[in-house]
Design a protein around this ligand. Structure first.
Ligand code: PLP
Length: 408
């Protein structure tokens, strides 16, 4: 692993970045969808399967113990990274599963007719649909805090919604996957907690961009996906405050989550095992542990500065072109840039970029309600990671310029 922050050197840790597509070197600018994986992660997974594979929690032989220790070490690494206790870390498949778990256990148990679940207008479908599913069953209702023209949550409106309604739970994204807005989550969580509101933070887009200190953030639940944090797919994390996890019923039933089972009745294990029914994704957890270690080994201040500079370079370049609209101009933004070109469909822009080896996303980014507010069916989204380079941003801007010329 590279010890100091030099993007050119760091790229060598990520074998896929050396590939070419359409005869051009890959410029991977779709990091908000999933991030690429360093050798440290790929090797940790391969080495687990080569040397330590056994089912966990079941064997009393040495190999099973080795697998189990590695699985629990991964939990410790994640807990340390988030500054919480390891009992508060539940391994899940990803952010989507984490949010569904909270909705179908904590919320289903605690919501009643007329209670309010408060969301914001910029939520990903993963932070909308699970709440619709649970409010339909419980008679609770969803209310939505609006955003302003820059793509920031209207905080006055949010406080008013918190005060005017019997809000039981507030669930919001830390960083918007479509607009890049970094929400003032600690302030919002602190206001919600003053009013006795339980808080859920979708950290899918914040976890890959810097350290996360959940003690400082103060939320009750926090979710993120391993694959966006340079780790494997199919593994993610739900943090839940100990006191809340202890009260929650299980999500899935089966092996590994029980204390005792008879045909009449089952008693359940303590958290986090209560929420990890069945054979877990051991290799995924180990890969995630390796990803967390890799990420923590970087100079995260330098990472943030580099990503900000790529974002600003891309925004300035795109704004210099005719007919470009940037969606999301919050003062505090992650390196996510959504834009549209007048008279050119986002899918055509993405196809043109792909012809030059540049990978971006075009679509609604699983934020259809937000797209409706923006008045567009879709946007083009370039999202940067620490391994991206200014040359790649230049290629993006140049190719967008050529796309505009082509459609004239
Ligand atoms: N929340 C946000 C803000 C996201 O960007 C995403 C994925 O793009 C998700 C939730 C869902 O993550 P996953 O598909 O890994 O469960």
């Amino acid at each position: 692993m590279s010890s100091t922050f030099e993007p050119e050197a760091i790229r060598r840790d990520f074998p896929i970045l050396a590939k070419s597509f359409r005869g051009k070197p890959l410029a991977y600018l779709d990091n908000a969808a999933t991030a690429q994986k360093p050798d440290a992660v790929i090797d940790a997974i391969a080495s687990y399967y080569r040397e330590s594979n056994a089912n966990v929690h079941r064997g009393i032989y040495a190999l099973a113990e080795e697998a189990e220790v590695a699985y629990h070490d991964a939990r410790k690494l994640v807990a340390r990274h988030l500054n919480v206790d390891q009992e508060e870390i539940v391994f899940v498949r990803g952010t989507t599963e984490a949010l569904n778990l909270v909705a179908q256990t904590y919320a289903r148990e605690n919501l009643s007719e007329g209670d309010v679940v408060l969301l914001t207008a910029m939520e990903h479908h993963a932070n909308v649909v699970p709440w619709q599913m649970v409010t339909e069953r419980t008679g609770a209702v969803i209310k939505v805090a609006p955003i302003d023209d820059r793509g920031c949550i209207d905080l006055d409106a949010l406080w008013a919604l918190l005060d005017a309604n019997p809000v039981k739970l507030l669930s919001l994204t830390h960083v918007s996957n479509s607009l890049g807005t970094i929400n003032p989550v600690s302030e919002i969580v602190s206001e919600a907690r003053k009013r006795g509101v339980v808080t859920v933070v979708d950290g899918a887009q914040s976890a890959p961009h810097g350290p996360i200190d959940l003690k400082a953030l103060g939320c009750d639940f926090f979710a993120f996906s391993g694959h966006k944090l340079f780790g494997p797919m199919g593994i993610g994390v739900l943090f839940g405050r100990k006191e809340l996890l202890a009260e929650m019923p299980p999500y899935h039933g089966g092996g590994d989550m029980i204390d005792e089972v008879t045909f009449e009745k089952t008693t359940f294990a303590e958290p986090p095992q209560r929420f990890e029914a069945g054979t877990p994704n051991v290799a995924g957890a180990i890969g995630l542990g390796a990803a967390v270690e890799y990420f923590r080994g970087l100079d995260l201040d330098a990472v943030a500065a580099h990503e900000q500079s790529l974002h600003d370079q891309a925004q300035a370049g795109l704004e210099s072109l005719p007919g470009v609209t940037i969606h999301g101009k919050a003062p505090d933004k992650a390196a996510v840039l959504s834009f549209s070109l007048e008279g050119i469909h986002p899918a055509d822009v993405a196809t043109f970029l792909d012809s030059q080896g540049i990978a971006v996303r075009a679509g609604h980014h699983c934020c259809q309600p937000l797209m409706e507010i923006l008045g567009v069916p879709a946007t083009v989204r370039a999202s940067f990671a620490f391994y991206n380079l200014p040359e790649e941003v230049n290629r993006l801007v140049d190719t967008v310029r050529k796309t505009i010329d082509c459609f004239k």
